[in-house]
Design a protein around this ligand. Structure first.
Ligand code: ASP
Length: 600
């Protein structure tokens, strides 16, 4: 991967137009066009090769790429020393060109070298992309790790993504407004980071989980269209690929519909995608939550592959076949790659059971001698020819396919098959490309808590679908929200909603959620108060830039697109944070520790 591919020629030319400092040229513009010219370049020694008694070759690396320099003497030099080289640009001798470099046709010959700074032996090679040490070593020496071409590319690509998002939103009149970092609890419901106040001992600020309330207040204030590339903090266990702090593109707009919001986000994400990958004109299909669950068994379907789930329960209603006469029978053609052995099918049955299914039925499709389809399956003898024919035509199966089916309640068949669908595809298919998808009409509430109160699926400021409003008290789980998620390759990139702007509706939703007036006032009183002073209808969205950047850079973890990430246990291996603080500092906050601090 070439550094110059993201540090494009335009950026280099911009750099050259700016004050040049100690150099006349950046490495990647030392090319055939300036053969004969004297240049000065500055950077790090990427490699040193001594040739005979009187010749030293160095590859000099700067922010834009690498240029070869030839010095007519033997000098002491080591990788990662910082140098300035002055010399004349010459064509490389025939056969020694390096096509991988922008400057690969030339070298700086007769070079004079000034050492600007020497370096200790680095803990791992900056140029070696394959033989990397354990990630903990890379994080401990992140400043060295970041010199590697891949991370340089990632961090620069991320900046391009931010720039494209800003450009897109600003073209629609969105205004970038910063909201406070020292804030008060927000409604996303994750555990928060608390910051003690020195001037008000015993009182705490909260680091924002999102600018949710602040951006809604900005709508009440008449800013109409707001955005921010916002840092958000959630003190959650870092089980998966998460960080305590993450970056969201956060936006909010007034007097709009959810289609408008989706359109703004689609355009911004499209521009970001094109800036990062060159891909344009991608589709952003829209499906409902209900359809997503039914067809993919997931509210964040990966649509890079088909293998959709079909409902078959109608074929077995009243059939008396216990395993199939169930409220739901979901089935899909397994992404099987080369096909499945019997023992692989047995493993799949076990996997389905660990996922909560009573069992997993499999049907291997065969073509009989007369051209009709047959199935090989433990339940084959219970199936009628018409049932087999309908299954095969409904799923579009062909000879050699293996159909997997799970029966039971609808939610169970979909969750089990949805998981198997993704697991099998990851194991057996080549998943490539970028497939965005909007999922809309999420349920307002995801479940009931122990006291029977519904639990908000998004946050409590989400507007219910007006058509479902009457169900709020009688059948809350059937109420749809005016909310929408953006999904990319099976990852939820972000979510948003039309908000409640009427204090009366808001208080009904709080009541449905079991949040008393007292608690609502104590937590969000200032927002409810603001809604009493003329609130416009509004809505918004937020999506994770870390995740988007990782997917666009083709990285598996977001740590690869964050300059200074923490480990999975929240440690910063470079700075040693979190660290203990002195008794004096603690006491200035009016705090004492009950237990002696643990070493992190
Ligand atoms: N604040 C929400 C979140 O962070 C997104 C939104 O509704 O705008 O999930």
């Amino acid at each position: 991967m070439q550094l110059a591919s993201t540090f494009g020629r335009d950026s280099v030319l911009n750099l050259l137009a700016s004050p040049k400092g100690l150099r006349s040229h950046y490495a990647s513009v030392v090319t055939e066009e300036i053969v004969g010219q004297e240049v000065s370049v500055c950077g790090w020694v990427a490699s040193v090769r001594e040739h005979g008694e009187h010749l030293t070759f160095i590859d000099l690396r700067d922010a834009t790429g690498i240029v070869q320099c030839v010095i007519s003497e033997r000098i002491e030099l080591h990788p990662e020393w910082v140098v300035r080289v002055v010399g004349r640009v010459a064509k490389r001798p025939l056969g020694t060109e390096n096509l991988a470099l922008a400057s690969g046709q030339v070298e700086i010959s007769d070079a004079r070298l000034e050492v600007l700074s020497i370096a200790n032996a680095v803990p791992f090679s900056v140029s070696d992309q394959k033989d990397l040490p354990d990630e903990s070593v890379r994080l401990r020496y992140r400043f060295v790790d970041l010199r590697r071409a891949r991370l340089q590319r990632n961090i620069r690509t991320r900046a391009q993504i931010n720039k494209a998002i800003r450009r897109s939103l600003e073209s629609f009149g969105f205004l970038e407004i910063e909201t406070p970092m020292l804030w008060t609890p927000t409604p996303e419901g994750a555990r928060e980071f608390s910051v003690p106040s020195r001037l008000q001992p015993g009182n705490f600020y909260v680091l924002p989980q999102s600018p949710q309330i602040a951006k809604q207040l900005l709508m009440v204030s008449g800013f109409d269209r707001y955005y921010q590339i916002a840092r958000c903090m959630r003190d959650e266990d870092l089980r998966s690929d998460r960080q305590f702090e993450f970056t969201q593109l956060d936006l909010e707009a007034s007097f709009i519909t959810q289609e408008d919001i989706r359109d703004f986000v689609t355009r911004a994400v499209s521009e970001a995608t094109e800036a990062a990958t060159g891909l344009s004109d991608l589709d952003f299909p829209v499906i409902t939550y209900r359809e997503a669950i039914s067809r993919y068994g997931s509210d964040k379907p990966d649509i890079r592959f088909g293998h959709e789930i079909f409902e078959l329960s109608d074929l077995f209603l009243g059939s008396g076949i216990r395993a199939l006469d169930q409220p739901s029978v979901g089935a899909f053609i397994a992404p099987a790659g080369e096909g499945f052995s019997r023992s692989k099918l047995d493993q799949l049955v076990d996997r389905a059971k660990t996922l909560g299914a009573a069992g997993l039925l499999w049907l291997r499709v065969k073509q009989g001698p007369d051209g009709t389809f047959e199935v090989d399956s433990p339940i084959a003898k219970f199936l009628k020819a018409e049932q087999i024919a309908t299954i095969i035509s409904r799923l579009g199966a062909k000879a050699g396919d293996v159909v997997l089916a799970v029966s039971g309640e609808f939610a169970l068949t979909r969750s089990v098959l949805g998981t198997l669908r993704v697991e099998l595809a990851k194991a057996n298919l080549r998943l490539e490309g970028l497939r965005y998808l909007w999922v809309i009409d999420f349920p307002m509430f995801e479940d009931l808590d122990e006291e029977g109160n519904p639990i908000a699926a998004h946050h409590p400021f989400t507007m219910p679908n007006i058509d479902d409003f009457e169900l709020m008290a009688s059948d809350p789980l059937a109420v749809r929200a005016q909310s929408y998620d953006l999904v990319l390759n099976g990852w939820e990139l972000g979510s948003g909603s039309i908000r409640i702007h009427d204090p009366k509706v808001q208080s009904e939703v709080f009541t449905a959620l079991g949040i008393s007036d007292e608690v609502a006032n104590q937590r969000f009183g200032f927002l409810l108060d603001a809604f009493g002073f003329g609130a416009p209808p509004h809505g918004g969205f937020a999506f994770g830039i870390d995740r988007l950047a990782a997917l666009l850079c083709g990285e598996d973890t977001i740590r690869e697109v964050i300059a200074f990430p923490k480990t999975q246990s929240g440690l910063d291996l470079m700075t040693g944070a979190p660290k203990q603080i002195s008794k004096e500092t603690l006491s200035s906050y009016g705090l004492t520790l009950r237990e002696s601090p643990k070493k992190s």
